[in-house]
Design a protein around this ligand. Structure first.
Ligand code: HEC
Length: 315
């Protein structure tokens, strides 16, 4: 009797000790983030990094190192595993069109990769993708440069290059990255690089688009401004201009040749929102002024409209 309850006591103590140990490991990790990134402390709190990583659902995104249902124990994760989890979180949010969440997690994910001692090609691709989501094209280009050093025709490098070019509205560069990808595909796949296995889904998707120039590659990946613009557009403009600005019975499509930048400069969009538009091109009637929008918000909506136009080949 006595011995048994004593054993239980001991068990409880052991559990308490183990929990305390786990907590201090997590605390050390937090301190490490702060110490290693003094310039970034002002941004998202490291404690939110750890908490959010714990909340991560099992990922379905390709490249996920996590099996469904696997418990998350951040303290036992390597910095790389923790970073990959955040990468998956950003990509999932992006795929689900949850721009706010993607933007919230992107800086945490980049911070997490800063903590990884040695970055392989796969990690550079992840950083490139996250940077594009965060609107940091310069950092994305840096990753492309590194991947090209690994192999001049690195497929993931060319994939990033295509996305960056599209985002920057450079259709010629986008087309040549796509062509280079198609040309390099067979030889590169034969090299059996591990990162190609990890990102098979993305590579195959882009390969079928690259092999068929008529199919333009998927939905646009949005910059920070365009991402915020998408949310504002949904709130203020969608009811007349429709999903993806494709038009409704109350207003015209804005993804349309007549609204390309050379015909319809940004100033005309500011004017339409602030002062309304007299019916002149279409039979929908007048557009009323849209109240309560700041210049900054209109600028973000314009970034979104321009991204949709570029993706549709209008510029
Ligand atoms: C109540 C419906 C309605 C809403 C809401 C609305 N629009 Fe419009 N918009 C229209 C109509 C109708 C036209 C077409 C006028 C015409 O015939 O040229 C138009 C035209 C435009 C034009 C072209 C103006 C021009 O100079 O030819 C732009 C740009 C535009 N809208 C942007 C927006 C943006 C951005 C928002 C959200 C902030 C928005 N609209 C919200 C109905 C709407």
């Amino acid at each position: 009797m006595h011995g048994q309850s004593g054993g239980k006591q001991l068990d409880k103590k052991m559990v308490a000790l183990l929990l305390a140990a786990a907590a201090s490991v997590a605390a050390v990790a937090v301190v490490a983030v702060v110490l290693l990134n003094p310039s970034k402390v002002a941004a998202p709190l490291p404690s939110s990094l750890d908490r959010s990583a714990e909340m991560l659902p099992p990922s379905s995104f390709d490249g996920s190192p996590t099996m469904p249902g696997q418990a998350v124990d951040l303290a036992s994760m390597t910095p790389r595993e923790a970073a990959d989890r955040l990468f998956n979180r950003v990509m999932m949010a992006t795929e689900q069109g949850n721009t706010e969440e993607a933007l919230r997690f992107a800086p945490m994910a980049l911070m997490a990769y800063d903590r990884v001692a040695e970055l392989d090609a796969d990690a550079h691709y992840h950083i490139g993708r996250i940077s594009i989501t965060a609107g940091n094209m310069e950092n994305a280009r840096k990753q492309i440069g590194i991947l090209k050093q690994v192999a001049p025709d690195h497929l993931l490098g060319l994939l990033l290059e295509h996305t960056v070019a599209e985002q920057s509205g450079d259709r010629n560069a986008a087309a040549s990255a796509k062509a280079a990808f198609a040309a390099a595909y067979d030889a590169e796949m034969k090299t059996g690089k591990r990162e190609y296995q990890d990102h098979k889904v993305s590579i195959e998707k882009f390969h079928s688009a690259a092999a068929n120039p008529a199919i333009d590659s998927a939905a646009p990946v949005l910059s920070v401004d365009a991402g915020r613009g998408a949310t504002l557009f949904a709130k203020n403009c969608v009811r007349c201009h429709g999903q993806n600005a494709a038009g409704t019975d109350k207003g015209p499509p804005l993804v349309h040749k007549i609204y390309e930048p050379s015909h319809h400069a940004d100033a005309a969009i500011y004017r339409a929102v602030q002062q309304g538009a007299q019916s002149h091109h279409w039979p929908f009637g007048n557009m009323p002024p849209i109240e309560g929008m700041s210049d900054e918000e209109i600028g973000q909506i314009i970034a979104y409209i321009r991204a949709l136009q570029v993706a549709a080949g209008i510029q």
